[in-house]
Structures are given as structure tokens and as C-alpha cells.
Design a protein around this ligand. Structure first.
Ligand code: ADP
Ligand code: MG
Length: 252
């Protein structure tokens, strides 16, 4: 039998905020190519876990290992350079640039360090990046918007743009923190369609989500956090009927 390739491993992670234990004894393994959802009630520790993974919060103890590299102690930008991207929390769009140039920018930044406008003048590499950016915009229903200023986009279109900006970097691991938080039913459904679209792309994904309905149609595997601990892990059909999970969601 073949062993699944574990691309990310959070091992024995604890996080205390003063006297509050936000994460306890976390052991999380993310399989390559899968969509792994982390769900749990408000305050369960989901965002803290994500912030530990991306290097924004140091764990009190334990380690996060990505593809054989220990991430713990590395700066967020170093972790990003290793191929981990987070979307929906840090929208850094260039409001005065066109939608198309926004999608192209991270591809240059990734290769050449700091993003510079003058880069758009030269190289055949620009043509490749442009072609890929155009392809992403078509794929995500943004083609008509490509010459608009990014600052003029609707909230939903900005989210699509952020996703395109993320995908052009070809992350190995994509982390999404509550992609539907605060959204109307309509925007939630649009976002679910968007997430289904990216599910078909090969990269590994971790979705943090409060709304269970959002993840059941997307996740290959689910980990349930409650009060800082993983109380259940498994396939969506098992998690759905798990009595401990129901209890946690009912505040029991
Ligand atoms: P979730 O994302 O699942 O809603 P969080 O990870 O945001 O949960 O929070 C988990 C717990 O840690 C909560 O009790 C929250 O109040 C606390 N917490 C989160 N961040 C901090 C912080 N920077 N300082 C102190 N307490 C925090
Ligand atoms: Mg959160």
C-alpha cells in the first residue's frame, strides 16, 4: 500500500495567550493534493492555528513542518516564499492599477523581489505572465473587468481578484480563512462556486470555516476544533454524524 504524502504537519502544537490556552496538543497532518477543512465554533482556535502555520504567531511549544522544512521560527514572508499562500485575510490589491496588472504583479514579485511598475515594459516573460493572468481572469469570470481599476471593483470581484493574484504564484499550499464570513447568502453561494473551481486545481488546500454547510461539499477530510483541541478528524460523512461534533456546535 502507498503512504499518503503529508505536505504539512503541525506536531504537538500548544499556544497560550497569557492564562488562556488557545491551542492544546494539536497534531494535524495535511495530505498533498487534498482539500482539508478545519471547522469549529467561534473561539475554538481556528485562526490561531492558521496564524501559527503561516508564521504570524509563534507557538508556545511544538512545531510546524512543511515538506520536510521546519517553519517554526521563520518569518511570514519566508514561509510564503516556500509556497504557502493565504487568501481572504490580507487583500493587498493595487487600487490604481488595472485588474489585469494586479494579477500579473505577484508573478513578477515572486521572481524578481520587489514589485516595480517598470517591469511591465520589458521581457518575453511578461508575455507569459500576461497570458496566464488573462487565462485566470477568464476562468474566474473577471474577463470583462480586466481593464478596470481594481479599486473600483465590487467586494465579490475583489475577492475573485485576490484569488487570481494568489493562484498566479502557484502556491503548493493554499490556506483560506473563513472565506464566507460576513457574507450574504448570495455571496456565500458565489464563493462556494469559486472554491469548487479551485478545488479542481492540483494544489493542497486548507479551508478554515465556521459554517459547516460550506465545507461539506468541498472537503476531502475534516478536522474539528473545539476549545483549542482537535475533537474529531475524518471524512465528511463521518464528521457529519459524529455526536461530539454536534455537541460542540450546540455549545454542549
Ligand atoms: P476561531 O478562529 O476559531 O474563532 P481564535 O483562534 O480566533 O478562534 O481564538 C481562539 C481563542 O484565543 C479565543 O478565546 C480568543 O479570544 C483567543 N485569542 C485569539 N487571539 C488572541 C490574542 N492575540 N490574544 C489573546 N487571546 C487571543
Ligand atoms: Mg477565526
Amino acid at each position: 500500500s502507498t503512504t499518503p504524502n503529508i505536505v504539512l504537519h503541525a506536531a504537538d502544537v500548544f499556544k497560550n495567550f497569557g492564562g488562556l490556552r488557545a491551542l492544546s496538543d494539536i497534531d494535524l497532518q495535511i495530505e498533498e493534493g487534498k482539500t482539508h477543512a478545519i471547522i469549529g465554533p467561534n473561539g475554538a482556535g481556528k485562526s490561531t492555528l492558521l496564524n501559527v502555520i503561516i508564521g504570524r504567531i509563534p507557538p508556545t511549544s511544538g512545531a510546524v513542518i512543511f515538506d520536510g522544512t521546519v517553519l517554526t521560527g521563520k518569518a511570514p514572508h519566508e514561509i510564503n516564499q516556500l509556497g504557502i499562500s493565504r487568501v481572504f485575510q490580507t487583500p493587498e490589491i493595487f487600487a490604481d492599477l488595472s485588474v489585469l496588472h494586479n494579477v500579473m504583479a505577484p508573478a513578477f514579485a515572486r521572481r524578481d523581489g520587489a514589485f516595480k511598475l517598470s517591469m511591465f515594459r520589458t521581457t518575453s516573460r511578461e508575455d507569459e505572465i500576461r497570458a496566464e493572468a488573462e487565462h485566470l481572469l477568464q476562468d474566474f469570470g473577471m474577463w470583462e473587468r480586466r481593464h478596470d481599476h481594481a479599486g473600483a471593483l465590487s467586494r465579490g470581484d475583489k475577492r475573485r481578484l485576490e484569488l487570481c493574484m494568489c493562484l498566479i504564484q502557484h502556491p503548493r499550499l493554499l490556506l483560506l480563512d473563513e472565506p464566507t464570513a460576513g457574507m450574504s447568502r448570495h455571496d456565500t453561494n458565489t464563493t462556494i462556486d469559486l472554491l469548487k473551481k479551485i478545488k479542481s486545481r492540483g494544489m493542497t488546500k486548507v479551508i478554515i470555516e465556521h459554517d459547516m454547510h460550506v465545507v461539506f461539499s468541498l472537503a476531502d477530510k475534516i478536522s474539528v476544533l473545539a476549545q483549542g483541541r482537535i475533537i474529531a478528524q475524518g471524512l465528511p460523512e463521518d464528521i457529519r454524524v459524529n455526536p461530539d461534533v454536534k455537541k460542540a456546535y450546540l455549545g454542549g
